[in-house]
Design a binder for this molecule. Structure first.
Ligand code: ZN
Length: 531
């Protein structure tokens, strides 16, 4: 396989950095990495085959039984848990998109990382904002405790950048089509330099990756009908094809190159305070949606990611930074049913919100749609008839063989927040942990396990996540720093435990009553954490 990241990293960081070890007992730089849709299943399957960056992390404190414990296993809620210590019920980020019929604009759909008060905005053409995140992140807490701390985030998705960086980042960059962008007008020579290297890179075609035997064994065309198939793509790209660049391993390489450039340009880890670098690596998710996580494409993606992360850590090592890393994911994922795993099926179109909405509208002689988004009663339904709409929808759904359960907003609101171990949570516990009385839908509809909620595969979207089931909830949680004793931890952990664990490593006090997560006691040398 070719080495995707090397040229960009070298262009971004230069050479000649020193290799001395810092002497501080606490890390000077915290690196928090999210790999979008990196399920525990993928981690466990590929773990023996990682040789570089992911190998390094897997040989630290590895929790293969990590959980994004809540029901709404989507990108925005998942990222909101990683550096806040809170479940989505507390972060307020209960979905990627919700409805607010009182929003001051015609489009009542609200994107999680936007500010809908901005004139002329829509949920698709929006201004990126931290408005909806209700709690501080680790970076916010670090800056409050020490004004010398710096917080930088670079991510493939704006919502990953916002939810990991929080309210007061020094630099916040995300991928926007063909380059990294930020809000506001202030430029950055660091970003300009890497963006220029990326532009040159996009203008150069790339040849197909050559699958090693591990990946070649997964090569099989999966027929999707209509002359389309997945399962044989090797990421070859034509010159200038920014869309292809944005949906494969090159995107993660570019993200890491930009992150490395900021480490070097701002001398992160060498300042007066402890710094935080958050990195959102989105390509795994795009590959998972486009080809499913079970094929040659994901194999090539994960091996590329392993190598590129290795290259990134080598840059930090060469700069002599004393750093600690955590890597996790915002959610897991499910393979496309056409690959033939037992019990897997696509959702019957009759059980979608659009179909149920039309049936209810026609039964009750109300104008369509009566239900929108993730099961919100439309504002056009007269208040006196809302309960009829909900009861009729529930009745129709409950009869459907692919439906596991239907819950009303009131039922979820009345349920206590779970406090047991995540593997013991009921479906209602999971729903409660990503519920908000203002933002959540009027019904929560839970489909049976292994039902892919995409009735017909479409180009670029054949497989997904978002369910309450463990294939979407379970993610690896990996901690590493130089000298950490290797420890494979079989007990469960949650992504909300990451923030208090990192806080304890850097000596930052966080009151337990303010957050949902708990510090994970790591076998650390020489000092012990969680004190
Ligand atoms: Zn995601």
């Amino acid at each position: 396989m070719k080495w995707i990241v090397a040229a960009l990293l070298l262009a971004a960081t230069g050479t000649g950095a020193c290799a001395k070890r810092a002497e501080s007992a606490r890390p000077r730089l915290v690196v928090a990495i999210s790999v979008d849709q990196f399920s525990a299943q993928l981690f466990n399957e590929y773990r023996p085959h990682f040789t570089a960056g992911l190998r390094r992390l897997a040989d630290g404190a590895a929790f293969p039984n990590g959980y994004q414990a809540h029901a709404a296993t989507e990108t925005c809620p998942g990222h909101s848990t990683i550096l806040t210590g809170d479940h989505p019920a507390r972060t307020g980020i209960i979905a990627n998109l919700w409805y607010d019929f009182a929003a001051p604009r015609p489009d009542k759909a609200i994107y999680c990382a936007e500010d809908e008060r901005i004139a002329g905005s829509t949920s698709l053409a929006y201004t990126v904002s931290d408005l909806h995140l209700r709690v501080p992140t680790l970076g916010d807490r670090m800056k409050k405790a020490d004004a010398a701390s710096r917080v930088v985030v670079v991510a493939g998705k704006d919502r990953a950048a916002v939810m990991m960086a929080g309210h007061h980042p020094d630099q916040r960059w995300w991928w926007k089509g063909s380059a990294f962008a930020q809000s506001g007008a202030t430029g950055s020579p660091i970003a300009d330099r890497v963006n220029a290297a990326i532009t040159r890179s996009i203008s150069t075609p790339t040849e197909a990756l050559v699958p090693p035997p591990l990946c070649a064994a997964k090569e099989k065309a999966i027929d999707l009908g209509g002359g389309r198939s997945v399962g044989t793509f090797h990421f070859q790209r034509a010159a200038g094809d920014a869309a292809a660049y944005s949906s494969g391993p090159e995107l993660d390489a570019a993200t890491l190159a930009m992150a490395a450039a900021f480490v070097q340009g701002m001398k992160l880890g060498h300042g007066k305070g402890t710094d935080l670098l958050a990195i959102g690596l989105s390509a795994t998710d795009l590959v998972g949606h486009r080809y499913g996580p079970g094929g040659v494409e994901m194999c090539l993606q994960l091996l590329s990611l392993d190598r590129d992360l290795g290259g990134f850590f080598d840059v930090l090592d060469r700069m002599g930074i004393d750093y600690a890393v955590v890597l996790t994911a915002d959610h897991g994922g499910l393979d496309l049913p056409e690959r033939g795993q037992p019990g897997a099926a696509r959702l019957d179109p009759a059980a979608t919100v659009a179909a149920i909405s039309s049936q209810v509208a026609s039964t009750l002689s109300l104008p369509s749609p009566v239900l929108v988004g993730d099961w919100y009663v439309n504002a056009t339904v007269p208040p006196a008839r809302r309960n009829e709409v909900l009861a009729t929808a529930r009745q129709l759904l409950s009869r459907h063989p692919q439906v596991e359960g239907v819950y009303t907003k009131e039922e979820i609101a009345a349920h206590a927040m779970p406090t047991s171990r995540p593997e013991d949570w009921s479906v209602l516990d999971r729903l409660r942990a990503s519920f908000d009385s203002q933002r959540s839908g009027d019904l929560a509809v839970v489909y049976k396990p292994n039902v892919t909620p995409i009735p017909k595969p479409i180009a670029g979207y054949v497989a997904t996540h978002g369910s309450v089931w463990d294939y979407d909830r379970k993610v690896p949680i990996l901690f590493w720093w130089r000298g950490i004793p290797p420890q494979d931890r079989r007990e469960s952990a949650m992504t909300v435990d990451i923030m208090p664990t990192l806080a304890s490593l850097i000596g930052l006090k966080v009151r337990q009553s303010e957050i949902d997560g708990h510090c994970l006691q790591l076998k650390a040398s020489p000092a012990s954490n969680c004190r």
